[in-house]
Ligand binder design. Structure first.
Ligand code: FMN
Length: 127
């Protein structure tokens, strides 16, 4: 999700925005939870599959289920299990506030999406 961000450390909260026209969101909301993933630079094909409107976005993706049944993408650099707490008006989007129930992360090169194209991350020195 391009809009996913850390919101609060204490308590641990994240936020993201969902288009009101989303077909997936009503089903996710009923479940009450969601899992966000940080894809690695070589997983652009997975991002492509998940960002298309289709009935089963995960059909071609390897994943394992979180405790609440949400898909954690295999090989992602991080996964963050969330429980939906609030939905706020954000114009043509909904601003979702969710609490973090579990997470894991490992180092590696993350996938970057910029101006409609996929790329990698390049560290620059501060001085
Ligand atoms: C890199 C990337 C990030 C995206 N981030 C968001 C987002 O934060 N919120 C959103 O509503 N759509 C986002 N989209 C667009 C959705 O992926 C797309 O509209 C959605 O998958 C359509 O399916 P749905 O109707 O089942 O939600 C993003 C797309 C890409 C390629």
């Amino acid at each position: 999700m391009g809009t996913f961000q850390s919101l609060s450390l204490d308590p641990p909260l994240v936020s993201f925005s969902v288009a009101r026209a989303s077909g997936s969101w009503p089903r996710i909301r009923v479940g009450g939870g969601s899992t966000a993933g940080v894809l690695s630079a070589d997983q652009h094909h997975i991002c492509h599959a998940l960002s298309r409107k289709q009935e089963d976005k995960f059909a071609s993706v390897d994943w394992t289920a979180s405790v609440n049944g949400c898909p954690r993408v295999t090989g992602a650099l991080a996964w963050i299990d969330c429980e939906i707490r609030h939905e706020l008006d954000g114009g043509d989007h909904l601003i979702v506030v969710a609490s973090v129930s579990d997470l894991a992360a490992e180092s590696g090169e993350p996938l970057v999406f910029h101006r409609g194209r996929f790329g990698g991350y390049r560290e620059i020195s501060a001085a």
